[in-house]
Ligand binder design. Structure first.
Ligand code: FAD
Length: 386
């Protein structure tokens, strides 16, 4: 068992880390104040990241992506946790794995432009009446002689405002779900309001409405009835990368700030890091971050070995998201009044962290998956010697 990173991985991490601190960090306050990222900045960071070969790192090299293994990808995603969501989306892209199921002319129309950063896509599964129960959607597509007619609605769609097209899950039969690529601007397709959130400032989350939207046959991604599998497959990797690894990155970043403050801040003529009650908060944070990080790496390694990592990723989703929540909460406490004050970014991390336990499957849903599996498989789920 080798836990060491190789030289290439170290260089890659260093490049991403430098890019984030030099190009993205200076934009954080502006996004927070204005509530959006100016397109002039979005274009600039996209061009710079592309020139360094950092755009669409998760996509295959043949398509112009970075061709990273899952482990290498999550090493980068961990660094992405050091800044805000919208800056990462704009700088490094957000190309969803189901797009790799594009065939024939779909490749030139939807897949390649996404990898090149010329078109942006959002993933649309959640509806007002169907969140955790992703199979309970009402949006449906009916076959006609021109293709498919789409009706229904979605909400909470991240990045909807910037997106040129949408990966939409829709019922194509009583129990059959398919996935469609829906271009913005089609007749009957309207974009609703931006649903303001307590955190993730700068990222729009939109309502979408489909009223007899005529789709071509070629809008169907993969096969009829494969939509649920495509969506869940995509979310599995997204959970590990964008939730698990980023949560570890965010928690590490906040913990670093907390340690530095505990060293510098003095009360009662001593640094606050000398107080045992503060030390408990520091120690628990360090322990939990370490555990979460190795869980993330293990799950990525399993994916790279071609192993089924679904249960491992469910465990990562719960543990990393909840670790982040505990670490940012302790950080607010260690920083005292300054932790609550908008002059420092701690309160922003506190707000942003809360969503990690909710999106891409709530902690409750993942605990349910883990418990069901554990009852069925027993020790095989947590003991690698079985
Ligand atoms: C900021 C943000 C961004 C998002 N981005 C996207 C996006 O880009 N695309 C997209 O499709 N969706 C997106 N979502 C939707 C997100 O994935 C859902 O909010 C999430 O899956 C939970 O669904 P819900 O909000 O409907 O909650 P519900 O499913 O209504 O759950 C409410 C509560 O009931 C609990 N609960 C539900 N079922 C069970 C059960 N079986 N056992 C135990 N407890 C249960 C939940 O854990 C939760 O505590 C986003 C949401 C937010 C807030």
């Amino acid at each position: 068992m080798d836990f060491a990173l190789n030289d290439e991985q170290r260089m890659m991490i260093e490049t991403v880390r430098r890019f984030i601190s030099e190009e993205l960090k200076p934009l954080e306050d502006e996004v927070e104040e204005k509530g959006h990222l100016e397109s002039i900045h979005a274009n600039a960071i996209y061009k710079k990241s592309k020139a360094l070969g950092l755009f669409a790192m998760n996509m295959p090299i043949e398509l112009g992506g970075g061709g990273l293994t899952n482990l290498d990808r999550i090493l980068c995603e961990e660094q992405f946790g050091h800044t805000t969501d919208i800056l990462i989306r704009r700088a490094f892209g957000n190309v969803y794995e189901p797009l790799l199921h594009c065939k024939n002319d779909q490749v030139e129309r939807w897949l390649k432009p996404s990898v090149e950063g010329k078109r942006t896509c959002a993933i649309c599964i959640t509806e007002p009446g169907a969140g955790s129960d992703a199979a309970g959607i009402k949006t449906h597509a009916k076959k006609n002689d021109k293709g498919w007619v789409l009706n229904g609605s979605k909400h909470f769609i991240s990045d909807g405002e910037w997106s040129d097209f949408f990966l939409v899950s829709a019922k194509t039969g009583e129990k059959e779900i398919s996935m469609f690529m829906v271009d913005k601007g089609l007749a009957g397709f309207t974009v609703g309001k931006d649903q303001k959130m307590m955190g993730l400032r700068g990222t729009p989350h939109l309502e979408l409405f489909f009223d007899n939207v005529q789709l071509e046959d070629t809008a169907l991604l993969g096969e009829v009835g494969q939509g649920f599998k495509l969506a869940m497959g995509a979310l599995n990797v997204v959970r590990l990368a964008q939730v698990g690894a980023r949560a570890v990155g965010k928690a590490s970043h906040v913990c670093e700030m907390m340690l530095s403050y505990a060293n510098d801040r003095h009360q009662f003529n001593t640094r606050i890091g000398d107080f045992q009650m503060v030390q408990h908060m520091l120690a628990d944070s360090v322990i939990e971050i370490n555990a979460a990080r190795w869980m993330v790496y293990q799950a990525a390694w399993m994916l790279d070995q071609g192993l089924d990592a679904r249960e491992q990723i469910a465990m990562v989703k719960v543990h990393a998201a909840e670790t982040l929540g505990r670490v940012v909460d302790r950080a607010v406490q260690v920083f005292g009044g300054m932790g609550f004050c908008k002059e420092l970014p701690i309160e922003r991390y506190y707000r942003d962290a809360r969503i990690y336990r909710i999106y891409d499957g709530t902690s409750e849903i993942h605990r349910g998956v883990i418990a069901k599996s554990a009852l069925k498989k027993g020790a095989a789920l947590f003991d690698i010697h079985r």
